[in-house]
Design a binder for this molecule. Sequence first.
Ligand code: ATP
Ligand code: MG
Length: 327
Amino acid sequence: MRTIFSGIKPTGHLTLGNYLGALGRFVDLQHEALCVFSIVDLHAMTVEHSPDRLRELTREAATLYLAAGLDPDVCVVVRQSAVGALHAELTYLMECTAYVGELQRMIQYKEKGRGRPKTRASLLTYPALMAADILLYGTTHVPVGDDQKQHVELTRDLAVRFNRTYGEVFVVPEMMDAAVAARVMDLQEPTKKMMKSTSDDSLGQIRLLDPPDVVRRKMRRAVTDSDGVVRVDRDGKPGLTNLLEILAAATGEESVETVAARYASYGQLKRDTADAVVAVLEPLQKSYADLAKDPAAVDAILAAGADRARDLGTPYLAAAKEAMGVG
Ligand code: ATP
Ligand code: MG
């Protein structure tokens, strides 16, 4: 049986990138496998953070998971820190499996931390926590965006190394690529990935809770190019190609080229892309507004999710400790 694990860090308001690369796919996958979808709040502390904001963003993300259509009777929705003891303990075993050199080679560490005086130690060891998150549940498949590929590969290396050294304990997981829009780009700087932690309310980033008029305005102002030809070209026409990918992903089209062939003008493409995104976000926002009225109900769902996650993870942690000679 397939087991799927994935998570999103509550480091900012969730974006369209998080939806197309992760959350929207979780909703489709929940019926296909045993799924654990986590709000990975421990990961949100690897950079400077405010405790109150972290709590708020965690609640917002959990509510968005449910609003997007994750059904807590079908999949496990869990706040990582609610089962933090398991994740942290397995992280330590992963830190005893990983090498400093391989952690230092991670792009995220190089970009956000290396050489800076106040880089938190946890930013370097972050991939060990991520490996623990995945391996704790016997995960076979990890649906993540393109940017997480390197971390999933490291997780595989650690699982293989652990199993070879101490005996077969962990399942070696596979990454599941998104068909389209595996990397949604910033609308203003289309050579950079859209990310939730960049700046507060930038024009380049569509948030899942942006009202329709804001989505339309941001799409209208999206940076493209001046040659006027609609064609898929990631390097030469990154802004335009990003719009095509967003439109394809939001409407469930498999081929970006087919979408491109239907357009002769940038204006029409921008309008249709905005409409498609609004059509995805409107029902989600309606459902979010309802759920947000009853935070106690969301808490109860998270508490039940933590119980299920603990049951699933405990045997893997126990087996790993036993194999390593502790516990
Ligand atoms: P941060 O700025 O804190 O790193 P983020 O937007 O990159 O935030 P993460 O929490 O790092 O979000 O990643 C959550 C999931 O969303 C991962 O599966 C990641 O691959 C996916 N994801 C993030 N950004 C994008 C994007 N622009 N396009 C597609 N998938 C994305
Ligand atoms: Mg990220």
